[in-house]
Design a binder for this molecule. Sequence first.
Ligand code: APR
Length: 302
Amino acid sequence: MASVLETADLKGIAQYIKSGKCKNISLMLGAGISTAAGIPDFRSEETGTSPVRRTFVNVYSLTNESRPSGLYANLARLNLPYPEAVFEINFFQNNPTPFYTLAHELYPGKFRPTLTHAFIRLLSERSLLRMCFTQNIDTLERRAGVPANKIIEAHGSFATQRCIKCKTPFDDTKMKEMVSRFSEDKVVPKCEKKGCKGLVKPDIVFFGEALPSAFGQAPRIIKTDTDLLIVIGTSLTVHPFASLAYICPDNVPRVLINIELVGDFGSGDEDVILLGKCDEVIQELCEELGWEEELLKLWEET
Ligand code: APR
């Protein structure tokens, strides 16, 4: 089957997008798109010295020579049996303190969307965004102005919270206050329903929990309703989210925008691999598209 790309590179992607043949762009996003906002990713050795990372290095590093590094490398020092325990429901039930220590650092409101988040909004404004599948819980896609019906937060988000025992929703304002005060008073939000007192947890998908039902439509969208799949800032290590990258039809181009090569990129005839920092690659792509001014204007609005 003839390729839809004249050249398998950034120029070829820009030409395809401008050709009018590319109407439905789906995105798969990971923590790498928020590192420039100051939120560490999970597994990188070092993704810049963000203010948050400096906090982690200061608060959690046992020695001074520890290098800034991904979240998991830092959290391991927080008396966790292993880093991922911070997102495990059984560990949380017995000891919610590490999670709320992390939540205090990452809670929405402290961080500004990046150029990459502005690009998602730009695709939506140009009616080219089919769906933005994100693993991120920072709600920066919403903050960037991407319409809610164009976002599927596969791992949930900090946007809402509820009791893990009786599932009663917990007040947003009260949650925000308690999380922002947590570093001082270490008070964990508890259910206020009479006689319950269960632990309150943001609607983030912990390991072992089911993904939101909205994620169920993802395979169909990728398989039948996507003309271009762009994967940005993810190690593609966590399933079932990562599996979406492998079900893209052979004739649909896949683009990887990432610091490192991940997944099975390079094995597909229509793969385009653009290694580097996503904000820089996105800016170059928008230059090629003639959208750079629009991109910067949208970013300034965030
Ligand atoms: N530009 C491009 N790529 C970047 C940048 C950047 N500025 N910063 C980091 N990256 C890349 C890293 O090289 C890495 O490949 O982003 C990827 C981030 O990978 P992870 O830290 O594993 O984050 P992610 O893929 O989102 O993790 C998936 O793991 O623990 C779970 O639920 C958690 O949703 C998370 C999931």
